[in-house]
Design a protein around this ligand. Sequence first.
Ligand code: BJW
Ligand code: ZN
Length: 246
Amino acid sequence: MIIPDVLINRLKKANNVAILTGAGVSAESGIKTFRDPDGLWAKFDPRELASVDGFMSNPQLVWEWYQMRVGVINDSKPNPGHFAIADMENMFDVFTLITQNVDRLHQQAGSKKVLELHGNIVENHCFSCKKPFNGETNLPDQQLPKCPECGGNIRPNVVWFGEMLPVAALNNAELAAEACDVFFTIGTSTEVYPAASLPLMAQRNGAFVVEVNPNQTSFSKKADVQLAYPSGIAMPEIVRILKEQK
Ligand code: BJW
Ligand code: ZN
């Protein structure tokens, strides 16, 4: 695999680096992406499973789907891509990791500061009164837990279509995109907004934008460099070269 010199030179000069990750970063950990041919949306309808309307019309189905995914995530481990990204946190004066992933694998790999744009699948709250829920979630027959305060249905702390993203995480992600010297978009189809705006925002503000994705996306042609490799191969190689040369 060849990492272009232009990228390494930019990184050697960079004080401020930002990374946006998506489901593809966790693919090598055995977690399915959403929009790949064998991805989650190939079998399931996102409007039924990842929207407020979907949860309201069939909360038990949505809960079971998320419990299935929690099981897969609990059985998975960070891969070399996650570890390389965690290493990068200590290599620049300013470093921002922005993720759309809900699996917490970046944190497991050692990333200390992670902006979670779409929440996480580990925590839950009440759909009705919004209070955090820390009770038992693993009930017989995957029963949907009920809120001890108001009896409402419990849901995962993820962001569904039509819902606002966490304000602080989104604001900080936008600030990082505007201020960085190099911006990576890794393992995301750049189909879902507002996350998909971040690479363009970075580029408009003068950042050198790198896409790491074995497949073409709507952003690929706009990227300053496109590395058509899995993140678990490309990111460790970039870190290796930087450590050798810095
Ligand atoms: C590899 C690899 C390897 C494989 N290495 N790579 C502006 C314009 C148009 C629409 C909108 C807009 N603003 C808002 C919208 C509406 C909507 C939206 O974007 N719709 C589009 C689909 C058109 N956005 C929203 O509703 C957002 N809310 C919002 O904007 O609030 C304000 C508002 C409210 C009301 C009205 C208007 C505005 C919320 C979005 C929430 C997204 N939620 C989900 C589910 C989270 C919970 C869960 O996990 O179940 O988030 S959807 C799903 O998609 C998930 C992901 O985080 C997200 C992005 O997916 P990602 O990560 O890119 O995965 P894939 O599968 O798409 O791509 C994987 C990539 O990896 C592929 O390219 C592979 O090639 C690659 N890959 N192996 C590297 N080894
Ligand atoms: Zn409640």
